[in-house]
Design a protein around this ligand. Structure first.
Ligand code: ELE
Length: 214
């Protein structure tokens, strides 16, 4: 297991969740994130050519830590790892996905929304999970409450995170990073507004930087 991937995510503090289609969009998106100082992307398997986007980022922008999101099956784990994904994110805690990611030696962040989900993840040997959908599952208060019985668990809240509430999550000691689409909204990609994506990425990086009191 490549522990350094989770360390890099923890250092970056933010994971842009992107919906891109095809090699060209993927490569340009990666360039825009690099320009914004945020060299990481979770490419969701939501569009038909998401895998081509993933492959292009992995091949053309090796400095960008690229992962795959919306991974729902073990077969998709194989597809995304073969395409170059360095980490795998799933909306739920599903044993076949977790097991295949472990077999492929790639970090898996399964989605959890309840204590039972966390217990299943722990039983499968996973201690870093994605709280999803974070805002619906209780937001920062849910993470605080879950951290009491599960102090060993680290969270990447995703779903409803934005520039306004980012710090409510990042300030919690059990949160390694927050994920979200707010800096890479799909209309910006389809419009080719890479400059705005870079601007929002840079803004998010500045927001996530520790404050002077930290
Ligand atoms: O399906 C998955 O595996 C996902 O990755 C879901 C995404 O994390 C959220 O949909 C992002 O939520 P927003 O930032 O509110 O847009």
């Amino acid at each position: 297991m490549d522990a350094t991937v989770l360390d890099r995510i923890a250092a970056l503090r933010i994971v842009p969740v992107v919906v891109v289609d095809g090699a060209d969009e993927g490569a340009r998106l990666a360039d825009a994130l690099m320009a914004g100082g945020l060299p990481v992307a979770e490419i969701t398997l939501r569009l038909p050519n998401a895998l081509a986007a993933l492959r292009a980022v992995a091949a053309e922008q090796p400095d960008v830590l690229v992962g795959a999101g919306t991974v729902l099956t073990a077969a998709q784990v194989d597809e995304v790892v073969d395409a170059g994904a360095r980490f795998v994110v799933s909306p739920g805690t599903f044993e076949p996905v977790i097991r295949r990611a472990q077999e492929r030696d790639v970090p898996i962040l399964p989605g959890v929304a309840t204590a039972s989900d966390v217990m299943r993840a722990l039983d499968l040997g996973v201690r870093t999970v994605k709280l999803f959908p974070a805002s619906v599952a209780g937001g920062p208060a849910a993470i605080k409450a879950l951290s009491a019985p599960f102090p060993q668990v680290r969270f990447m809240p995703t779903g409803g995170v934005n520039a306004a509430n980012l710090h409510d999550y990042l300030d919690l000691p059990s949160v390694i990073a927050a994920g979200g689409s707010w800096m890479v909204e799909r209309p910006l990609v389809t419009a080719g507004d890479w400059a705005e994506i870079s601007r929002r990425a840079a803004e998010a990086v500045a927001l996530a930087a520790p404050t002077t009191e930290d």
